[in-house]
Every structure is written in structure tokens, then in C-alpha cells.
Ligand binder design. Sequence first.
Ligand code: CO
Length: 134
Amino acid sequence: MLGRLNHVAIAVPDLAAASAVYAKTLEAEVSTPVDLYDHGVRVVFVHLPNTKIELLEPLGDDSPIARFLEKNPAGGMHHLCYEVADIIAARNHLLAQGARVLGDGEPKVGAHGRPVLFLHPKDFCGTLVELEQV
Ligand code: CO
């Protein structure tokens, strides 16, 4: 079911500062910021030869990553994103396996304009998992 690792996401308190760490200190290619109002986050992508790093900061008052940053004020690894060929088939398989899909269970449009879903971290080794249809 799982395809490639699409990205590793890191929640940060200050996206401009985090972008500078990746662009200047680590000399990586960093995208311009994108506001994802549906997800309550502002993101940039760091492009690596084999995958991407997504840097996230809260957008709006009820951002889902606000509580994460209260617990991890310096930032921290937030989720892994795996590619799937058919997100509805993947969701139905996971639900049949007893896994929990977050939200209303319907895919939302993610940072790359493609459908995404998030899976409960308690069902996946303590790690929040994003699935992206590619
Ligand atoms: Co992501």
C-alpha cells in the first residue's frame, strides 16, 4: 500500500528562522511559504535529492499544531508523509484494519494540491502519519 516517503514534517515556532537554518546553515533549497488555511498551518518545503522536509508554523488561532508547540517549544518532528496510489482504497483498508483516520475521514487538499489524510499516532507507533495520493 505504501509508496515513497514524500516528506518528513517538522513543526517550528518561527518559520522564517527555521527556513534560514535550512537555507543558510544547511545550504538547502527552501521554497517560498504557502498558507494552508484548511490545515491551520503555513509551510515551506526543503527539497532534498531523495525526499522533502516540510517546515510548519501555526496559522490562525485554532491551529492543530499549536498544542504540539506548547509541548515542544523549540519545535520537533511532527509527522511522516507516505505516498499512496489510491487514497480512498487506502483509507478503506485502514478502517477495516481498525486504524483511526483523523477528522471526518474524508481527504482534504494538501500542500501539493493532492488529497491527503492523517492517521492517529497511537495506531502507528506513536507517529502521526499523513497519506498523500500521488
Ligand atoms: Co505534511
